[in-house]
Ligand binder design. Structure first.
Ligand code: 5GP
Ligand code: MG
Length: 464
């Protein structure tokens, strides 16, 4: 069994400008809040040292807006964490900061290392000590080691990349210089933008637009980028690996208004919907999304099929996340508190509902029965991602095979019966790849294909 640090597919930011940057980092973190709600933090460098404010929960709870005045500095980084209970608490929150003999180093990480345990053991055998079980602590210490030796951040990042395996997009700051780098297979996103008086590196492009900036380009897999208030410098470090962009970013994880590696997320989701309509048509009166994650998929389905699009569920926008609740009972009652059908829309109707994915099946089982209670005549379910069957080792919180409904049933027919739908269809694997607009070999779709783009003990390697 592979042991790993806490799971996290988070969000990272780095900004340099000719004014105090903490307020812009704060805004950027709010824009990428969907990437992590467990904790948030900002570190800023004031010309002589680095100060950090971080805490549990949403950005606005973790960092009081008034306290941004205590974070002066024209360079800074930020982080939002998506994690589980075991990774809660101040010690695990990022950015982390350490002192090296080259200067003060702060770091924020998005992704998950697959050789975390091996590396940690190796360094513990060499006498290193650790405060946490986070990837970030391991990365910052290895980066600190190379910075102390080489005194050259570009060389140091190369040293780090040579040691790490798995997924990582990192922003870091050393003596007020800000850098970002992306793992050589480009699992998680990282993009550069210009903003007034400076530059930003951030997980999703929408944050650049929210700051009224301009996208420069994605950081390429295996590349490091330094930003200053006046410019940027890209240096490719590892360029000979296959690309493995996480397909789930387009299916579910990222904001629809973001552009990742050149592909707009909304467009990808609309394409998914239209492929679904082509592959699995059905006669019905209306198409409805499961808000918010299934909305763009449903729009694509409606346009392609010519069946009217309607909103039939109202989502309580103040409800929290249901997906990561530990108990099935809690998840179920949370789903029914979160989504209420509009009887006027659904009564007596034949309905197609479209959602991005089925993981455990909790959401759909409850929502289909609510639709029936509200008088729906037929409920046809269409899903924008093939059955999730394999754990993600790269940061998405889907870890054990037994939690997936597709693995504890024998057929799609059995899943249809469990969720109580009249018909159920998933997008095909080929259809998903086509919709997202990349070649199969440019994506990681291990969660649905069961083939992994890096070597992982006990799992099938995609390139064998
Ligand atoms: P299920 O209810 O089948 O277990 O999960 C599917 C639902 O959860 C979908 O509506 C999808 O939008 C959402 N979902 C899928 N993956 C994730 C994830 O990694 N985190 C969270 N919070 N929600 C997810
Ligand atoms: Mg959803």
């Amino acid at each position: 069994m592979l042991m790993m640090g806490p799971r996290h597919s988070c969000g990272v930011v780095g900004v340099t400008a000719d004014y105090d940057v903490a307020p812009n980092i704060y805004l950027a973190l709010m824009i990428i809040q969907h990437r992590g709600q467990e904790s948030a933090g900002i570190s800023a460098y004031n010309g002589s040292n680095t100060r950090t404010i971080k805490g549990d929960g949403l950005v606005e709870n973790a960092i009081k807006a008034e306290s941004l005045a205590d974070l002066p500095g024209k360079a800074g980084i930020g982080h939002v964490r998506y994690g589980v209970v075991s990774s809660k608490g101040y010690a695990n929150a990022e950015p982390m900061t350490v002192t090296t003999n080259f200067g003060e180093l702060s770091l924020a990480h998005n992704g998950q290392l697959t050789n975390y345990s091996k590396l940690r053991e190796k360094y513990m055998d060499e006498g290193w000590t650790f405060f946490t079980e986070t990837d970030a602590e391991l990365i910052i210490k290895i980066l600190g080691k190379y910075l102390s030796i080489d005194k050259d951040p570009f060389k140091a990042v190369k040293g780090v990349m040579d040691e790490l395996e798995g997924s990582y997009s990192v922003t870091f700051m050393i003596n007020g210089r800000v850098f970002g780098f992306r793992d050589p297979q480009g699992f998680t996103p990282l993009i550069l933008g210009s903003i007034e008086g400076g530059y930003i590196l951030v997980s999703e492009s929408t944050a650049i637009e929210a700051l009224r900036g301009k996208i420069v380009r994605d950081v390429a897999p295996g590349e490091v980028c330094e930003i200053t208030k006046a410019g940027y410098r890209f240096t490719p470090l590892i360029t000979d690996r296959p690309c493995s962009h996480c397909v789930f970013e387009w299916v579910y994880f990222a904001r629809p208004d973001s552009i990742i590696d050149g592909m707009n997320v909304y467009e990808a989701r609309r394409n998914i919907g239209s492929v679904l309509a082509r592959e699995s048509p059905v006669d019905a009166d209306l198409v409805m999304p499961i808000p918010d994650s299934g909305r763009a998929h449903a729009i694509g389905y409606a346009i392609q099929s010519g069946i009217p699009y309607e909103e039939g569920f109202m989502k309580n926008r103040f409800a929290g996340r249901t997906f990561i609740m530990p108990e099935q009972k809690q998840r179920e009652s949370a789903v029914s508190m979160k989504m209420i059908p509009i009887r006027r829309t659904v009564e007596g109707k034949r309905i197609i509902i479209v959602d991005d994915s089925i993981v455990r099946g909790t959401t759909l089982k409850i929502l289909v029965s609510m639709l029936r209670d509200a008088g729906a005549k037929e409920v046809h379910v269409r899903i924008g991602c093939p059955p999730v069957v394999a754990p993600c080792y790269y940061g998405v919180d889907m870890k054990t095979r037994e939690q997936f409904i597709a693995n504890v049933t024998d057929s799609i027919e059995e899943i249809r019966q469990i969720i109580g739908a009249d018909t159920l269809a998933y997008i095909s694997y080929e259809g998903l790849i086509e919709a997202v607009g990349f070649k199969e070999t440019e994506l990681c779709a291990a969660c649905v294909s069961n083939k992994y783009p890096t070597r992982i003990d006990g799992e099938k390697y995609m390139y064998d």
